[in-house]
Design a protein around this ligand. Sequence first.
Ligand code: GTP
Ligand code: MG
Length: 204
Amino acid sequence: MEIKSAEYVVSNTEVYKCPKHTLTEYAFIGRSNVGKSSLINMLMGKKDLAKTSSKPGKTILINHFLVNRNWFLVDLPGYGYAKMNKSGLAKLEKMVKGYVLNRDCLTNLFVLIDSRLEPQSIDLGFFEFLGVNGIPFSIVFTKADKLNDAQLHKNITQYREKLFEQWDELPPIFVTSAEKGIGRDDVLNYIESINNNIANSESK
Ligand code: GTP
Ligand code: MG
């Protein structure tokens, strides 16, 4: 998919204040500092569309962007930032889970995982939460540039094996690097194929 335009629309703290629309919507979620905002900028081909930081806890709102005047992309705060104070953490978790559970127009949630780490219980628990609640999601490994091919392959194989302990089938899995542009076409083509499927089924 070619990105012709990507515009910031609005930021909110509550899901019920988010834009009302009839477009498809794709959100990016994952632990603080995993690279959500960087991946969004890489996908959109714009350096500073979403705010990034080397310090965790940068994104603290639900941020909507309109892409190609045709679909919404959403940057969410991270979960599980241990150094944030308890009430701040609880507030962010409520915001993120409120969005995931109540955003009826959410088409697909991309859950980002740092490709360098072994499976973390907080992420496995989050997959469980999505499964129980029937939320459609995909998995995106980030920061692939930080590993060589052999390490990357080993980590992803191990992750898949871990997931198979919990699931019979795995969702789509993408490998990306915001730094190197890896995985850009895969993610964008996936979004395009879902958008096309929905448009075709609506026109029947
Ligand atoms: P929060 O908003 O705090 O939850 O973080 P986030 O998940 O949006 O992460 P963000 O995109 O702000 O990136 C966190 C840090 O990781 C920044 O220092 C980025 O430069 C770095 N980073 C993100 N993606 C990549 C990547 O693909 N490769 C490398 N090497 N660094 C990355
Ligand atoms: Mg962010």
